[in-house]
Design a protein around this ligand. Structure first.
Ligand code: SF4
Length: 357
């Protein structure tokens, strides 16, 4: 029996979007979970869901599919659809309505609308389709890198590639544009070159607050990056097809670390994550715990205190919304996204706290 025959769980990667390359480079397993159709079981930050709604509104605006006075109606329709999906997940339904959980929701929404109005008015002025293109698909020659660019604009000097970002763009440590966004834009540049035989004159990230960040690049580094990305996909796929079983694939492709795992929605399904943190001395892993159920104390207002036993220590989780969580007595409990108290082994519920029995 070959390794490929032994694995019916993980699928090989057909292509990676430039926006996913950096995360895949850091931990290939999360991309493999994703392309294999396995759903992450933990909620993302409400800002991420807000960003998806904002991005779809901007897409509609830049495609010329709306007018300024229809924006509110379209926003509501996209928002409702996103909120319906959240409710269906179960684990993220408490984040609905998003406007109650996204900080500065109204301010951010106004900024999205402002950007959308600019896009609509630009669209009106660009009568020729070659002057501006939205949602343009770019792919490397073998198709392994494939993604949709928010906007291409043309002048007599050449083409500019623009991507809109609703979240933080600058890395707090380096004070530069985040590495993930730099890689994304440079992969767009090399894919653009593959398709048209010329390099874009600039790569630009635009934020909702109106800031514009230019990503400087050289053709050589973009070509090098494209080769590295393609090689990464080939390496991941080789691992999937030659490994003996799913455990081996997870161990080979998972790269658990506090930074890689903190926002990963697959922590609940990920064996390498729990294995690595069990032997790690670091104390900055995500605030996730597991333990055998001891009891739940009801404290009024549907709040509770859950006690667990793990390796001889009692773990306490206070402030739990007992209507939100399904806690089975007598079982092994895994709790994710907790807030850590000052006292050892003591936690409380946060917005992203999720419990599985
Ligand atoms: S939990 Fe960590 S190791 Fe597992 S898939 Fe996510 S990022 Fe990778």
């Amino acid at each position: 029996m070959t390794g490929g025959e032994a694995n019916n769980y993980f699928k090989t990667i057909q292509h990676i979007a430039p926006s996913r390359y950096y995360a895949t480079l850091n931990c290939a397993l999360q991309e493999v979970f994703c392309v294999s159709g396995i759903q992450g079981m933990l909620p993302e930050s409400p800002n991420t869901y807000f960003g998806k709604v904002a991005h779809r509104l901007l897409e509609t605006a830049s495609n010329g599919q709306t007018s300024e006075d229809q924006l509110e109606q379209i926003w509501e329709s996209i928002l409702k659809s996103e909120e319906r999906s959240l409710q269906e997940t179960g684990f993220a339904k408490h984040l609905v309505p998003l406007k109650n959980n996204v900080r500065l929701y109204e301010v951010k929404k106004r900024l999205v609308f402002k950007t959308a109005v600019t896009l609509i008015s630009r669209k009106g002025h660009h009568v020729s389709p070659v002057q501006s293109r939205s949602e343009f698909n770019l792919s490397s020659s073998n198709g392994l890198i494939n993604g949709v660019v928010d906007r291409l604009t043309y002048s007599s000097n050449g083409c500019e590639i623009i991507d809109y970002k609703t979240g933080e763009v600058i890395d707090k440590v380096t004070s530069k544009v985040k590495q993930s966004y730099q890689y994304q834009m440079k992969l767009y540049a090399s894919s653009y070159y593959t398709k048209f035989g010329e390099w874009p004159i600039s790569l630009r990230i635009q934020t909702l607050s109106g800031l514009s960040h230019e990503i400087r690049y050289t053709p050589q580094e973009c070509i090098q990056l494209l080769k590295q990305a393609e090689y990464l996909i080939e390496r991941i796929n080789r691992t999937i097809t030659t490994s003996q079983n799913t455990n081996e694939i997870e161990e080979q492709l998972g790269n658990p670390s506090p930074a890689n795992c903190v926002n990963c929605t697959y922590r609940h399904q990920c064996k390498p994550y729990w294995n690595r943190r069990a032997i790690s001395r670091r104390d900055d892993w995500p605030n996730d715990v597991q333990g055998m159920y001891i009891d739940v104390q009801h404290l009024g207002n549907n709040k509770g205190l859950l006690k667990l036993l793990w390796k001889g220590s009692m773990i306490k989780i206070r402030g739990l919304d007992l209507e939100r969580h399904n806690i089975s007595a007598g079982s092994l409990i895994c709790a994710y996204g907790l807030l850590r108290d000052d006292v050892a082994h003591s936690y409380s519920e946060g917005l992203l706290t999720t419990i599985y029995s």
